[in-house]
Design a protein around this ligand. Structure first.
Ligand SMILES: *[C@@H]1O[C@H](CO)[C@@H](O)[C@H](O)[C@H]1NC(C)=O
Length: 222
């Protein structure tokens, strides 16, 4: 009975723990490049290593034949390090069911695919200005595209016709030694601490219990 209660409470903990969803893309930063004049006038939100997190309220729509992936938004990843591995994560609350699709494109790819370059907002919108230097010299730079499609069903017609925007965090995370995401370091440290301390704890518990064990053995021998 007690076991059952334990399992149930563990399960409840687990269910409460899962409150957010994540979608991510992993990539290597490209070589530094001079941005061509046509792309100089970008008015995109920027993610850099110092401003690595962006909180946005993203418009969503239900998938249609013309736009099967929903609404599109573009960002700029700057001050990357050539050859370094990064990931970009998008996190959102599970109470706002959404399908995200994220891709990165280097400058060449954007320039060579007219359908892409057409869709990047060039100086149309005045986004929040981030404290980043203008792009004057060669820089390792990538475009980030996010598709967001609503993924829920409700009998409420208002919500089905105009799904509310979804609050997201977009996070740029470098990998340490190209192997391990930097932001997961505290979690890894926690797990290692837990493993080491349980090793010692088990030693102590064994010592505490072993006189009884030894006594028990003695009784057996006699
Ligand atoms: C439908 O959802 C909207 C937005 O959340 C809400 O204002 C409205 O009261 C809902 N309508 C019904 C019939 O529940």
């Amino acid at each position: 009975m007690r076991q059952l209660a334990c399992i149930t409470s563990l399960f409840v903990l687990f269910v409460i723990g899962v409150y957010a969803n994540t979608e991510k893309v992993i990539f290597l930063a490209p070589a530094a490049i001079n941005l061509p004049e046509t792309l100089k006038n970008l008015q995109l939100d920027v993610l850099t290593l110092s401003a690595f997190s962006l909180r946005k309220s993203l418009p969503v729509s239900f998938p249609t034949e013309e736009q099967p992936q929903g609404e599109e938004s573009w960002y700029l990843l700057r001050t990357l390090k050539d050859g370094q591995r990064y990931e970009v994560r998008i996190c959102w609350a599970a109470i706002q069911p959404t399908n995200f699709e994220i891709d990165v494109f280097d400058v060449d790819r954007v320039l060579n695919i007219p359908q892409l370059v057409e869709r990047i907002p060039l100086g149309q919108h005045q986004h929040q200005t981030l404290d980043v230097a203008p792009i004057d010299q060669a820089e390792s730079i990538l475009f980030l595209r996010v598709w967001s499609a609503a993924a829920f069903f409700t009998t409420n017609k208002t919500l089905m016709q105009s799904p509310p925007p979804v609050d997201v965090d977009i996070i740029l995370d470098p990998y340490l030694a190209n192997v391990f995401p930097k932001s997961l370091l505290p979690t890894a440290a926690y797990i290692i601490c837990l493993a080491v301390s349980s090793w010692y704890a088990s030693g102590i518990i064994w010592k505490v219990l072993s006189p009884t064990a030894a006594a028990g053995e003695k009784v057996h021998k006699d």
